[in-house]
Design a protein around this ligand. Structure first.
Ligand SMILES: [Zn+2]
Length: 458
């Protein structure tokens, strides 16, 4: 029998709807950021003293103050002398990352529930560090997909997440945990379908060994061509791209010829393979941070074992040369840190240190800034929505104290974060940001979180 709602309940539901973001019946609130300059990463132009009008989470107008009036009634955010750039993007993130060392012991008994909560906290910290979009490249139990949806609904603060689901790995290969290992073309097709069904928007395969995992060196092509081809076949039919964790030029050549769209790490990539990547429009996400001195302090902090550090040092020189050569060859590069985006490194965050390294390896300041903004947006096919301060795009805006075109290290002085028009951080006017999101309660200090799942490592 069908019952109709009593009318008071209907009215109450309408009232509840009005409380939801974006469903309000009134006129959209306008916000104007005034006093700051901005960098147009599409043209490389720096526009001093600009006005940015934000409405409905998007950039409604942007340009020099002389040409863009502040609408009457708009809420003003004053950022005099600061520089606005697009929200940073980090394309190689594991929000549940645990590396070998003390950290791994601390999390030895972590439950799935604890893992999900830890990842939610990491997402929040990532956003506060200025990173408004990430691509996750392998987290367990599709927790990143659940989190992506929670963030999308507005029930969790965090960057928008484009997930690669769980890594598609082979038995004994990098990224193979528990029962999630696949061998042979049929198993690969099934795994690819499974990840897409779970909500993955990229597919990540591990075709060689990794730094932090036993079972195969970074130079060994462990996944066979028929296995790689079957992943690409299913992904293509779903209009989804495949990226490959690879350390080896030979394995990379095989994968590129079979149609993968991205290469992660690329520790030993040489000029011929980088030329081929350039020719085929294949993306390179270097994660250079994982093998360079800026991270050594981080590895010490997490108590990384000696064997692990030896492997890091072993690949460092080749990895640096691969990055330099890729820049010389004009390969498309997108920032990816393979550490938490906010992880402290060398006095700044992993995302920013990674970006600085690109400039040190040969990029101009503009190119490095593009690698952290518009290039990732292009890589994930969202350049019409994200990646530059352009009318109509999402208002993902960070402010820094300095013009990054004069020196990319200006990113270190980041003090303002807006995502989709909402201010999450404003160090120069704390009143205008949402209240602190993370606050420890000393009466709740329990034992360290534990976990039986070892998350993805490099
Ligand atoms: Zn990784």
């Amino acid at each position: 029998m069908k019952k109709s709602l009593p009318c008071w309940m209907f009215a109450f539901n309408v009232f509840l709807l009005a409380l939801l973001p974006g469903v309000s019946a009134g006129a959209a609130e306008q916000v104007a950021i005034v006093g700051a300059g901005y960098v147009d990463v599409l043209t490389g132009k720096a526009v001093p003293n600009a006005v940015v009008v934000v409405e409905d989470g998007r950039i409604a107008a942007i340009g020099p103050a002389a040409g863009v009036p502040v609408p009457a009634g708009a809420k003003r955010i004053e950022l005099p002398g600061k520089w606005l750039i697009p929200g940073l993007m980090n394309m190689h993130v594991h929000l549940g990352l645990i590396l070998p060392g003390i950290q791994m012991l601390e999390h030895a008994n972590e439950s799935d529930a604890q893992l999900a909560l830890r990842m939610a906290e990491n997402a929040q910290k990532s956003l506060l560090s200025g990173v408004t979009t990430i691509r996750t490249t392998g987290d367990l139990h599709h927790a990143d997909i659940a989190l992506a949806r929670a963030i999308g609904r507005g029930s969790q603060p965090g960057p928008r997440i484009v997930s690669s689901g769980e890594i598609i790995a082979i038995t004994g290969g990098h990224g193979a945990f528990g029962e999630v290992a696949n061998d042979g073309a049929d198993a690969m097709r099934k795994a690819t379908r499974r990840e897409i069904d779970a909500g993955a928007r990229w597919i990540k395969i591990a075709i060689t060994g990794g730094i932090g995992t036993p079972g195969g060196g970074v130079q060994q092509g462990l996944m066979t061509p028929d296995e790689i081809a079957s992943v690409v076949q299913i992904a293509k039919r779903n209009d989804i791209k495949v990226t490959a964790h690879s350390g080896s030029p030979n394995a990379t050549r095989e994968a590129v010829e079979l149609g993968v769209s991205g290469i992660e790490h690329g520790y030993f990539l040489d000029r011929p393979i980088l030329k081929l990547m350039k020719q085929r429009g294949v993306w390179f996400v270097p994660t250079i941070l994982v093998s360079q001195p800026a991270t050594f302090e981080f590895f010490q902090r997490i108590g990384a074992p000696a064997w692990y550090m030896a492997r890091v040092r072993e690949v460092g020189k080749a990895h640096w040369l691969a990055l330099k050569t890729a820049i010389e060859e004009g390969v498309n590069i997108a920032v990816g840190s393979d550490q938490f985006p906010f992880e402290p490194n060398d006095g700044t965050t992993a995302t920013i240190r990674e970006t600085e390294y690109y400039a040190e390896a040969g990029m101009t300041n503009l190119q490095a800034l593009q690698a952290a903004t518009i290039q990732p947006a292009r890589m994930i096919g969202m350049e019409s929505q994200l990646g530059s301060l352009t009318q109509g795009k999402f208002a993902d805006i960070v402010a820094i104290d300095g013009n990054p075109l004069d020196g990319i290290s200006a990113l270190r002085k980041l003090g303002f974060v807006m995502k989709s028009g909402r201010v999450y951080r404003n160090d120069w006017d704390r009143q205008s940001a949402v209240p602190p999101l993370i606050q420890a309660d000393p009466t709740e200090a329990g034992p360290p979180p534990g976990d039986a799942h070892v998350d993805v490592i490099f």
